[in-house]
Write a protein of this length. Structure first.
Length: 181
């Protein structure tokens, strides 16, 4: 009996150690872009350039992504990958896929992850090219502390098209609380 108890305690301790190790050693999904294999190569030796605002086209915005439950960004450079991204947002609801000319632009999808109340949203605030880096500024909006909100699960997302570039992608997130009316 004592031997079985020690075995169970050892297994529990090992499980806790592995879980804590994975939590602290795994890469954060908030700091990366998942990019399709067709992504252009990054230009590392480009001369320093002034920052330039890039125009982008909002293709879709929603509050109930079908299959992305964590904060995540995606960049896709081919129609096949865009179809997959669209299904992540829409599932099988039959929403038509917007036309994108992948010889001139690519698509960025930003997902806020699962939220437990209404009043949450996510949006691309700006896209800026700063030398060899393209910075996507993302605004995450949440309801103010005293706001009345619906108690329902939401998964806000936005999908945008941006001009094709060799710049590597990074992002900055800004959280904003909406004041109550």
């Amino acid at each position: 009996m004592r031997r079985e108890f020690l075995l169970i305690v050892n297994i529990a301790l090992i499980s806790i150690f592995v879980g804590v190790s994975l939590y602290y050693l795994a890469p954060s999904p908030q700091s990366t872009y998942t990019v399709s294999d067709a992504a252009p190569a990054t230009v590392n030796n480009a001369p320093a350039q002034a920052s330039q605002a890039i125009l982008f086209n909002v293709l879709d915005t929603g509050t109930h992504a079908a299959s992305v439950a964590v904060r995540k960004n995606y960049a896709v450079y081919a129609k096949e990958d865009f179809v997959k991204l669209w299904k992540m947002a829409h599932g099988t609801d039959g929403s038509p896929l917007p036309k994108v000319d992948f010889s001139k632009e690519y698509v960025i999808g930003i997902f806020a992850g699962e939220k437990s109340t209404g009043g949450n949203s996510i949006a691309v605030a700006s896209v800026i090219d700063a030398g060899a880096v393209r910075i996507v500024a993302v605004t995450l909006t949440k309801p103010g502390a005293d706001c009345m909100v619906t108690q329902s699960l939401m998964n806000p997302y936005q999908i945008v098209a941006v001009p094709l570039s060799d710049a590597s992608l990074t992002h900055s997130d800004t959280e904003v609380a909406t004041p109550c009316k």
